[in-house]
Design a protein around this ligand. Sequence first.
Ligand code: PMP
Ligand code: GLU
Length: 400
Amino acid sequence: MNSILSDRIINMEESATLAMAKKARELKSQGIDIIGLSLGEPDFKTPKHIQEAAKDAIDEGKYFSYPPVAGYQDLREAIAKKLRDQNEIAQAKAENIVVSTGAKHSIANVFMCMINEGDEVVIFSPYWVSYAEIIKLAGGVPVLIEGTLENNFKATAAQLEEAITPKTKAVIYSSPCNPSGSVFSKEELEAISQVVLKHDNIMVIADEIYELINFVGRNYSIASFPGMFERTITVNGFSKGYAMTGWRVGYICAPLFIAKAVEKIQGQFTSGGTGIAQRAALAAISGDQKPSQEMADAYFKRRELVMGLLKEIPGIKTHVPEGAFYFFPDVSDFFGKSAKGHTISNADDLCLYLLEAANISLVTGAAFGAPTCVRLSYAASEEELKEALGRMKKALGELA
Ligand code: PMP
Ligand code: GLU
């Protein structure tokens, strides 16, 4: 009998971040004291005024029917205004915005609309786990350009130039970056835009979902650079900066032909995003920004704490992340060592060892295109971080 499942799903990797989080949750439910540092999810509650806006929306009783496919008009207008005022994307109008069920959904929409079989997409690596799988699902071929620990995991415009072929359709990066926390400077983005503008028919997908968690100043949007509005799909959402992962609201700002295409695919796949969640998102984007700033300040404090603790662990090599809430240390010094029946051949083995010997969950760098690294999310309390790093130091010290 032929397989009932499609090749498309058989060939797809499971999301490593979600898989590790699931494993940690299962162990926790068995009574094991796991400290989860695997999932990139704010540990803060959604700010109160956003919660209240959702309650008000329910009480108003106006948002229970199918919302417009591209999102409520007032939310699209508020997003466009934010992009004009704060990101200097002067051309952004409501018609360029499509609201979706999370930024992950936005990215899937975009690739489904753009990729033909065999089209290449250049990914700045290390990269967020889902990019490559979504590109492959759409029939595309991911082409990685790799940053290294020495250059803060930032692949360069020159590498991009070299990777471009007649089949290249798009380029994608996240800044601040998941998993490295690196932030592209204005100059680096200008250099990338110069390369893109030399080639017709290549689009940039700029994933700015961590823009509010940036410790080095303001976020630059490549769509604001000369000539780049028509060549850029800016992806953003509410999950990280407003601690709204479960509300599932993300969006794109794109040239009209892309926005229309995304609206069309969304009209066939999911319809408009959840009405009440969109009302909450409107309160988030147009209301008090202080809670987001306070969360960013807390992440900065935790970065300092974890940086200090990681430095005390022999064998760990790390750069200083400039945003998001991840460390991405190189752990290759531990390869070839053993303890407690575990032999560490790669980062996957090390994550498994740390899960069993130290009861902390991290994600292997292999899932992000950097097999000598592991990702540690510090979206956890200071107490948890101190305890987790202590356990990590002890378990790694036992490897010989
Ligand atoms: N892009 C990056 C870089 C992310 O880390 C995430 C985290 N989930 C997403 C997109 C998707 O975010 P969401 O679907 O929760 O809006
Ligand atoms: N983006 C987060 C992470 O990288 C959430 C999980 C996911 O959607 O991949 O952990």
